[in-house]
Write a protein that binds this ligand. Structure first.
Ligand SMILES: *Cc1c(COP(=O)(O)O)cnc(C)c1O
Length: 355
């Protein structure tokens, strides 16, 4: 694939934000990658250019029927000044799985990874060095063909934008309060829950807003049919340590197959722990919390890496997990994953890709 590079003019470059007050998703770098798809031509016009608006028709299909998918990954600047991506091929491969689910074209994985590397090199000054900070990368694909009939679009844009983000826990690695939703559901088997498609997030916002109004950080989602089986927490996968077993819901078709989930499973198994992917009911979790066998719980995802759960509110009742403190495994996983990502520890898995 030929990638045209049109650098922004020096006077068009933006000021870099304060590295210690980055937040999440507030700043975007100077350049982006874009390529265009047409059913007759395939992918073409790959270009790295100044971050700028798209010109789209109001009838573009993405605005009406939601053919839109995305990915989320990070680049990390190590103490050695090397830039590392964490399992980027897994992200692009997952994007192709999402694409297939909603009848969008797949992207050439090796080519888009090469495009991403070139883009990162061009914007390398944007990759922060502050502790816990990183560059969040957002690949996305949208349907651009104008037309009001419901069918797969013949035209798409694929793009990569990105921006520096701060440590997810600026005040420290603290457990969060979770509201178990038995009113709203995120996904059902046979639906699109296992695809990173925009509509899933639109559908989840109301439950998140209501939970936040009641003082909770996130929603724990139950399955859409029986509202009994635990699925995910917010936009993260969920783990429980019950007795001497680490449990996470099996990928049933309505759960997003997280790359952090997969990495955590690998580490936990390599540490010799008993790890089980199986259907997990909320009743089992609440009972384990009450009899003291629920030792810890945490979410896994690119944004926070590991997010310890301090309490669950289910049907009006609150259970505290591990005295509301960070559990041993949550802490160990967080440190191990971050060490690999920042290159302070050896990566025996080949997860990191040097840019
Ligand atoms: C992105 C996402 C995750 C986490 O996936 P990672 O690859 O670990 O970042 C989990 N659940 C949902 C719903 C997601 O969108």
């Amino acid at each position: 694939m030929d990638i045209r590079i049109e650098k922004a003019e020096p006077h068009e470059l933006k000021c870099k934000p304060d590295q210690n007050a980055l937040g999440f998703g507030r700043y975007l770098t100077d350049h982006m990658f874009v390529m265009t798809y047409h059913a007759d031509r395939g992918w073409h016009d790959a270009v790295i250019r100044k971050y700028q608006p798209f010109w789209l028709e109001p009838a573009a299909m993405v605005f009406h029927y939601g053919q839109a998918i995305f990915e989320g990954m990070k680049a990390f600047r190590g103490k050695d000044d090397q830039i590392r991506l964490f399992r980027p091929t897994a992200n692009f491969e997952r994007m192709n799985v999402s694409a297939a689910r909603i009848c969008m074209p797949s992207v050439p994985v090796a080519d888009v990874l090469e495009a991403l590397k070139q883009l990162l090199r061009l914007d390398q000054e944007w990759i922060p060095s502050a502790k816990g900070a990183s560059l969040y990368i957002r690949p996305a694909m949208i349907a651009t063909e104008p037309g009001l009939g419901v069918r797969p679009s013949k035209e798409y844009l694929f793009f990569i934008i990105k921006g520096p983000v701060g440590a997810y826990y600026p005040e420290g690695f603290n457990p969060v309060k979770i509201f178990v939703s038995d009113k709203y559901v995120r996904a059902v088997r046979g639906g699109v829950g296992e695809a990173k498609t925009a509509g899933n997030y639109a559908a989840s916002i109301k439950a998140a807003v209501e939970a936040q109004q009641q003082g909770y950080t996130q929603v724990l989602w139950l399955d859409g049919i029986e509202r009994r089986y635990v699925e995910e927490v917010g936009t993260s996968n969920i783990f429980f340590v019950i007795g001497d077993e680490v449990v996470t819901p099996s990928l049933s078709g309505s759960i997003l197959p997280g790359i952090t989930r997969d990495s955590a499973l690998r580490l936990l198994r390599d540490w010799g722990l008993k790890v089980t992917e199986r259907p997990t009911t909320i009743d089992e979790v609440i009972a384990a919390a009450k009899d003291g066998s629920l030792r810890e719980s945490f979410g896994t995802g690119t944004a926070a890496v590991i997010s310890p759960v301090g309490s669950l509110c289910y049907k009006g009742e609150q259970v505290i997990i591990n005295g509301g403190k960070v559990g041993i495994l949550s802490q160990r996983l967080f440190e191990e994953l971050q060490s690999i990502q920042y290159g302070t520890r050896k990566d025996p898995y080949g997860w990191t890709v040097i840019v």
